[in-house]
Design a protein around this ligand. Structure first.
Ligand SMILES: Nc1ncnc2c1ncn2[C@@H]1O[C@H](COP(=O)(O)OP(=O)(O)O)[C@@H](O)[C@H]1O
Ligand SMILES: O=C(O)[C@@H](O)C(=O)COP(=O)(O)O
Length: 413
């Protein structure tokens, strides 16, 4: 197994992306801390004792305006540097989710500027999750990105699959491409040629785990690398899993705001054995509050019938075209449901969707997560603390997990 130096600081643009990567490093035996938002600077003297191998900072910047995403990401980088971190990874989605005013390019350039570095790589490939890049085109399984279900994402509809074409309009600097032949040939030379041509971000083809190992080795000297959790599978020497055990008693609830095909199939599967509540899209804050009260009563009534049986609450099908204010009200609704249920003693939450997970964890007031055992590729149990009590969280990217995810997850607790 390759022994590749590990970027010690990871800045992730959403929470499920952060847990995806943290699972990867923790499974490889790297002690991984996940901070929800930039970490507080630790008290000097504690640094050595508590220093993890990798600190992952989960932001909620994926759909933020450019200025906000840049400010959040630079702030995270500065906090990590203050803790002694010297090498960084910017984690975005393996489906390269970004809006038309996408912030991946601006964030990447701001981080390069902050580090005084000229070149980085763009590596969203994650073959274990069937994301591959060939001739700069991103594939999801057998489909190019813009022919996959990502084409109809409510917040980040992806209507091109060519990463250079997607990224260049977001950047001041030049975007280049490195072909699979060069990745498998003389990658160091290809990177040097990019540098000489003034390329700031080189999009790398990769279709197999071995390509990622090659890339991890060839880019280990760069202060900043970027991509999905795929590349993290090639970091470090590898070793026994550093995952912590996760236990939390009491009733179980799944909250699904994701509209991906995968999530919808998972909800349909769960509905065969679990009570399911379908939300309406709230019109305003007042209807958010009314909906939350209704859902909390519904959950409690279901648990009085059978305390062991998980329940599931999910968002209704979206309107076309997608409506960001409605998306935001739904996120608030899921967050408030979680927080009201937690006030009533619920400690087991499975959440479908990255934005939805961010909203739920924020509403629960959780700032740090310990990484637990895997549930599916890219999804794990994690533990946060709320008023000192452990809260078990399965934070699932919309696109991840098998059809039985919302049953299987509970069986692992
Ligand atoms: N019916 C709907 N109308 C508007 N927005 C919706 C609807 N259903 C879900 N959403 C929003 O879509 C977004 C889904 O994003 P996210 O939770 O990140 O899921 P994924 O992981 O699939 O990207 C959330 O902001 C959610 O509130
Ligand atoms: O890289 C991935 O696919 C995931 O880690 C990820 O970023 C998930 O984002 P959401 O689909 O918004 O949950």
């Amino acid at each position: 197994m390759a022994d590749t130096p590990v970027p010690r600081g990871v800045i992730a643009d959403d929470l499920t992306g952060a847990t995806d990567l943290a699972l990867m490093t923790s499974e490889r035996g790297l002690r991984t801390a996940l901070s929800v938002g930039p970490p507080e600077t630790p008290v000097p003297g504690d640094v050595e004792a508590s220093s993890p191998d990798v600190t992952v900072v989960a932001l909620r910047s994926r759909t933020s305006p450019v200025d906000e995403a840049v400010a959040q990401s630079v702030r995270a980088l500065r906090r990590l540097r203050a803790q002694g971190v010297g090498s960084f990874y910017f984690k975005y989605c393996s489906t390269f989710d970004s809006t038309t005013k996408g912030n991946i390019g601006p964030v990447l350039e701001a981080l390069l500027d902050e580090l005084g570095s000229d070149l980085t790589v763009v590596v969203p490939a994650f073959p274990a999750a069937r994301r591959t890049v060939y001739k700069s085109r991103l594939f999801v399984g057998d489909d190019v990105l813009d022919e996959s279900s990502m084409r109809a994402h409510p917040l980040t509809p992806m209507q091109d699959s060519h990463l250079v074409r997607l990224l260049q309009p977001q950047m001041r600097g030049r975007v280049g491409a490195i072909t699979l032949e060069d990745v498998r040939g003389d990658l160091a030379r290809a990177l040097e040629q990019c540098r000489q041509r003034g390329v700031r971000a080189a999009v790398l083809d990769a279709v197999a785990d071995d390509d990622l190992k090659t890339i991890a080795r060839a880019t280990s000297g760069l202060p900043l690398t970027t991509g999905s959790a795929g590349l993290a599978a090639a970091w470090g020497p590898g070793g026994p899993s550093a995952a912590v055990p996760v236990t939390a008693p009491g009733p179980s609830v799944s909250l699904v705001g994701s509209q991906s095909e995968t999530s919808r199939a998972q909800v349909a599967h769960a509905a065969a054995s679990q009570p399911v509540f379908v939300l309406e899209v709230p019109r305003d804050r007042q209807t958010v509050a009314e909906t939350v009260t209704e859902v909390v009563h519904w959950c409690q009534a279901r648990w009085r019938e059978n305390a062991e049986r998980p329940v599931l609450v999910h968002a209704p099908p979206p309107t076309r075209p997608p409506d960001p204010p409605q998306a935001n009200l739904l996120e608030q609704t899921f967050g408030a449901i979680a927080s009201e249920l937690a006030d009533r003693g619920v400690r087991r939450f499975a959440v479908g969707g990255g934005e939805t997970s961010g909203s739920v964890v924020d509403a629960l007031g959780i700032h740090m997560l310990d990484i637990g055992p895997p549930i599916a590729t890219g999804v794990c149990w994690s533990v946060g603390r709320r008023d000192g009590d452990p809260v078990a969280l399965a934070l699932k990217s919309g696109n991840f997990g098998g059809p039985d995810f919302f049953r299987r997850a509970w069986e692992l607790l």
